[in-house]
Design a binder for this molecule. Structure first.
Ligand SMILES: [Zn+2]
Length: 444
């Protein structure tokens, strides 16, 4: 009989049309490349995708012409700095202008940005880009001792307990092949967390993945109830991981946290080094630049905005794209064998956790707002009083009464009894100029 790990490789191979084993070998080799090997690899891919974008993508054609940029002059990472930065709002204003006129030839897969950005957006990834991204993901997990299809992974996820949302066959198969044990974060009451603790122990689970705010709430509960759940590794994603969260996770589970940064729109990926004092950027699939407000790379040790150039996305190219994240640029080479660029940490994408008098701890990331991607420009969820939650929406198109009622029901279901949910459609969600946009805010 085939092992689950072989099935996973086959499934991924069929899904993406690439040999996953080969891609994994490529990843394993490339982490040790020297500077010259990286340059040769990057220069060719940068040049190819820039010329393609100029020829086939209306937005980039106009951007280059309007700024007097000859696409043939962009031949290296350094040259990329001459291209103005493109933002999410540019894409949301005119998504069609970002699609290549020959997009179908790249068999793109449609995705949307997660709930963490406050501004949902559809985008496309080429199959090759996504497959390589998966190979990088597998490599990362293996670094922490986790093997796909062999080890079990508990996932502290959002949205999967949404009433009326059926769990499709495809997802069930995916969970089985991946050995996922899901721990929805929408109802983190003491009773639910007790069940999760029992579930982890009974199922002999040694790896946990989730949002820092959710995993650290769980860890706090374990520590304060005088228990210990030994794990081999915790993976965090999608939000900023604070040092105090890393510390409490270590106490509760006795293991290190592998913080990961992933951004499908632009294919940015960075992962904790095994030394856990910085993150390595995966430059195989995307170029990550940390830039100042003029678009130029900051000095090592300085903070700047993340700007991505995806190397294998041709259906919808991302060239010098800023997803809205900030990072501290790393200083010097890493003490490990990896030669890729480093960042010291990702700053931003923080969210608050709501605590209600009914005992529930609700993670803002569990609200299924991405369902409204077509209708909502931007959203914010605010706990205004101990048992009052406001959902602010900037509409794209007018939301029907039924839609708003449904949203109110879903958010109410997550918050539990006794919590009053108010949905407000507003012209503009006010953001204090000194702060980054936060999609989940507790004022309590
Ligand atoms: Zn390292």
């Amino acid at each position: 009989m085939m092992k689950k790990s072989d099935i996973l490789s086959k499934v991924l191979g069929l899904r993406f049309g690439y040999n996953m084993e080969e891609l994994k070998r490529f990843v394993t080799d490339s982490v040790r490349w020297d500077k010259e090997q990286w340059e040769v690899y990057h220069n060719k891919l940068i040049s190819d995708v820039v010329i393609h974008a100029y020829k086939h993508v209306p937005y980039y054609h106009d951007l280059f012409d309007n700024n007097g940029i000859n696409p043939h002059s962009i031949k290296s990472e350094n040259d990329l700095q001459n291209i103005p930065v493109t933002r999410k709002k540019d894409i949301l204003n005119n998504p069609q202008s970002f699609m290549a006129d020959n997009a179908n030839t790249f068999h793109p897969m449609k995705h949307h940005t997660g709930g963490t950005t406050g501004r949902p957006m559809f985008y496309y990834n080429d199959r090759k880009s996504w497959a390589l991204n998966w190979a990088l993901k597998m490599y990362t997990f293996e670094q922490a001792g986790f093997h796909f299809g062999v080890d079990k992974l508990a996932v502290m996820a959002g949205g999967s307990l949404i009433p009326g949302k059926s769990s499709g066959m495809k997802h069930k198969v995916w969970r089985w092949v991946n050995n996922y044990y899901t721990m929805p974060i929408s109802h983190l009451s003491p009773q639910v967390m007790d069940e999760y603790i029992d579930g982890l122990i009974k199922n002999k689970i040694q790896f946990l993945r989730g949002y820092p705010s959710a995993v650290s709430s769980f860890a706090e509960y374990i520590v304060y109830s005088n228990r210990f759940v030994p794990l081999k590794a915790v993976f965090t994603t999608a939000e900023m991981l604070y040092p105090h969260q890393r510390a409490i996770i270590k106490v509760a589970f006795g293991c290190d946290t592998w913080d990961t940064y992933g951004c499908g729109d632009g294919m940015g990926q960075a992962v904790d080094c095994k030394t856990h004092d910085k993150m390595h950027v995966f430059e195989q699939v995307s170029i990550m630049q940390i830039v100042n407000n003029k678009g130029y790379e900051v000095m090592p040790g300085e903070e700047g905005e993340v700007v991505l150039t995806s190397l294998y996305d041709y259906a919808m190219p991302f060239i010098r794209y800023a997803p809205g994240d900030y990072a501290l640029k790393g200083i010097g080479a890493c003490s490990c064998e990896c030669t890729s660029k480093t960042i010291n940490k990702i700053i931003g994408r923080t969210s608050d956790v709501f605590r209600f008098s009914n005992g529930r701890i609700v993670n803002g990331l569990s609200f299924p707002i991405e369902e409204l991607t077509d209708e909502v420009k931007r959203f914010q969820i605010v706990q205004v009083e101990s048992d009052v939650v406001e959902v602010l929406l900037e509409e794209k198109s007018t939301l029907s009464k039924e839609r708003i009622e449904k949203l109110k029901r879903i958010v109410g279901y997550h918050c539990g009894e006794g919590v009053n949910v108010v949905v407000k459609v507003v012209d503009r969600i006010e953001v204090p100029t000194s702060e980054k946009f936060r999609y989940v805010v507790s004022r309590v």
